[in-house]
Ligand binder design. Structure first.
Ligand code: NAI
Ligand code: A1CAB
Length: 285
């Protein structure tokens, strides 16, 4: 596959809404070799359009502030349309572009909580749809993505969605009722890792390190541990044990984490994330 002909479309790929998540998908797609000239993004404001044009030379960016019909114009002739606005805006966006979608355009949603049923009710009858739950490390080639086919998406459409993400990460196909769990583990998960890095940096300051130094050490440590976890067959428990000398310093720290119930706290946080997704699904149905 050459840069000029590469996936996921022999037509255009269009990102409707290009904030944190869709920009990460876009960056992963381009890093995978897709020709930027086959990609369009829409945004609300001109300033954001300028920012994206500067960061991805050759990218077509349409801003709603300059053209109220940016979204409907963008999807014309698209092979793949990636919905990347906040969950509360997804159904309205589906209705907005419905009249401009070709019957074989594959719609992919990256939104948390918005069900296939809700989107299909707002799209033309029979529109191929794939619901996904990606994460922002797609931006650096380390994404984890769950995807699930809509009623009218078959093998070919799922493959297109896999190609959209696979250049920059791991893609798993799951039943739709598991996507809230995927969201709680890997969709939100980067925030948990960043939270850990923040807490480690703060701990370093409490122990007397200068804040900039504490942050540099925490960043490098979480990034380094992440790189080790990314190696083929890596086992987090085995990696942890390799750092933990019997009667040593790490053992004391882990004992305090265990006594404080940290694993149960993390499980409760993930449960709360999944419950929030289920609640949002109902509110926004
Ligand atoms: N941020 C994350 O780590 C993840 C986000 N998601 C999902 O991605 C979606 C977007 O979230 P973020 O990127 O975090 O939000 P964001 O606020 O960074 O991005 C949304 C973008 O869409 C633009 N937008 C809103 N309405 C628009 C319209 N009608 N036309 C064109 N552009 C429009 C906004 O100006 C904004 O730039 C959400 O549905 C979220 O559930 C999924 C997985 C992870
Ligand atoms: O916080 C959120 O709702 C989105 C979905 C997963 C990560 N960010």
């Amino acid at each position: 596959m050459t840069a000029e002909t590469s996936t996921p479309s022999s037509g255009r790929t269009v990102f409707l809404g290009c904030g944190s998540m869709n920009e990460a998908v876009l960056a992963g797609l381009l890093a995978g070799g897709t020709d930027v000239r086959t990609v369009t993004a829409t945004v609300r404001r001109s300033e954001r359009a300028e920012e994206l044009r500067g960061r991805y030379p050759g990218l077509t960016v349409l801003a709603e502030s300059e053209d109220a019909e940016a979204n409907t114009k963008a999807v014309q002739g698209a092979r793949l349309v990636v919905l990347g606005v906040k969950p509360a805006g997804i159904a309205q966006l589906c209705r907005e572009v419905s009249g401009a979608l070709a019957p074989d355009t594959v719609v992919v949603s990256v939104a948390a909580a918005i069900t296939v049923a809700t989107m299909e009710a707002a799209l033309p009858a029979g529109q191929p749809l794939v619901r996904s739950m990606p994460n922002t490390p797609l931006k650096v080639g380390r994404g984890a993505v769950g995807i699930s086919a809509g009623t009218h998406a078959g093998t070919e459409q799922l493959k297109l969605a896999e190609e959209l993400f696979s250049g920059a990460g791991t893609v798993v196909v799951v039943p739709e009722d598991q996507l809230d769990a995927v969201s709680a583990v890997s969709g939100s998960g980067p925030a948990y890792a960043f939270y850990l890095a923040e807490a480690m940096a703060n701990a370093g300051v409490e122990l007397g390190l200068e804040p900039g130094l504490a942050l540099a050490l925490a960043r490098q440590t979480v990034a380094g541990a992440g790189a080790m976890l990314a190696e083929e067959g890596a086992d987090p428990a085995a990696l942890r044990k390799a750092v933990t000398s019997p009667n040593g310093t790490t053992e004391r720290a882990i004992a305090v984490f265990d006594e404080a119930g940290l694993p149960a706290v993390i499980a409760a946080g993930a449960r709360a994330a999944a419950d929030r997704a289920a609640q949002l699904s109902k509110e926004l149905a």
